[in-house]
Design a protein around this ligand. Sequence first.
Ligand SMILES: Cc1cc2nc3c(=O)[nH]c(=O)nc-3n(C[C@H](O)[C@H](O)[C@H](O)COP(=O)(O)OP(=O)(O)OC[C@H]3O[C@@H](n4cnc5c(N)ncnc54)[C@H](O)[C@@H]3O)c2cc1C
Length: 351
Amino acid sequence: MRTELTYDAPLMELNTFGIQAKARMLLTYDSEASLREALSDIRHHHSNLPMLHIGCGSNLLFLGDYPGIVLRSANRGIRLLGETTDEVLVEVGAGEVCDDFIAHAIRNGWYGMENLSLIPGQVGAAAVQNIGAYGVEVCDVIHEVKGISLSDGSERLWKRDDCGYGYRQSIFKSELWGKYAITYVTFRLSKHFNPNLQYGGLRKALEQFTSDSPQGECPKTLGALQLREAIIGIRRAKLPDPKKQGNAGSFFKNPVVGKEVAEQLLVDYPEMPHYPAGEGKVKLAAGWLIEQAGWKGRSLGPAAVHDRQALVLVNKGGATGSDIQRLCEAVRKDVGTRFGIDLEPEVNFII
Ligand SMILES: Cc1cc2nc3c(=O)[nH]c(=O)nc-3n(C[C@H](O)[C@H](O)[C@H](O)COP(=O)(O)OP(=O)(O)OC[C@H]3O[C@@H](n4cnc5c(N)ncnc54)[C@H](O)[C@@H]3O)c2cc1C
């Protein structure tokens, strides 16, 4: 059981935007017991300080130094809780790197998360963010989430249906924001490989396997590892590597609008990408809207819209959180003026 406390801690290595900020205190813990003990100490000595739980910092934008205590989980471990002939229940420490767990799951013949390969971040954050890619959201395979209250150290379990999951949304991001440290996530994974290939780009990348299988059917020769590798390949080609250029992946959510709004826009922009998003709703591509508004590849000081993927804002070097925020607002304003759509940031702004 171990905690590590650093005062005046640099956060630059702890956020993928590479923003130079500091935390008054940084506390890393490796178990629920060490977290509880640290929280009790905080209640006695620092009860006036705000707390922020982070993972790998791949969806955060620090707008300045953090005036309170930043918590980080090093609570690892993967435990098989039970299995049937069809499924496994696996409990994973929130501090595990999500992609490492996906690789582990595939090695063990546990399926359902292949499409989420290479998304940066920890398992705990994945459950907070409801990460998603290529037609799969992590809530599809979450069974249960466990957390510890930051105010009194008590523990709580949420079944998947109580987590308020939606598109990049959960109760941990809304009404419970800042109230709990997620400590474990239990996944329900399948023992049968049943790939989700609904995303067109993915089917194309896997053409050698999919060419002789009808749409929607599992190609017989395709394995989970090949699917994972194809996804990693697509992601590497499309997205800037945060180690080379600071970014937080998609900066904005794809807007979901009413069918009538989409139909109206399609009169003026018949080529606009749009996808069904439930009854009477249509999802638009934020990247396309940004590109049409003339922002792809454009800079505002040291912050820029990526030149290959307009949904990604990047730190060209030395940008502050405010530089990125200024660019975000300029992009929102122009998209709003041109299309009447208010883009909502996916990234968490930290004040
Ligand atoms: C290059 C790149 C590509 C990306 N691609 C995708 C993608 O395809 N799909 C997608 O959905 N996202 C994507 N993202 C965003 C990001 O990877 C996810 O949001 C991820 O879940 C963030 O994990 P993290 O550990 O870095 O969390 P952080 O960014 O550190 O935190 C995210 C949120 O979770 C909270 N949090 C973190 N850990 C805990 C915990 N243990 N308890 C309580 N709260 C916690 C934080 O307070 C914050 O609100 C991408 C990011 C990058 C940089």
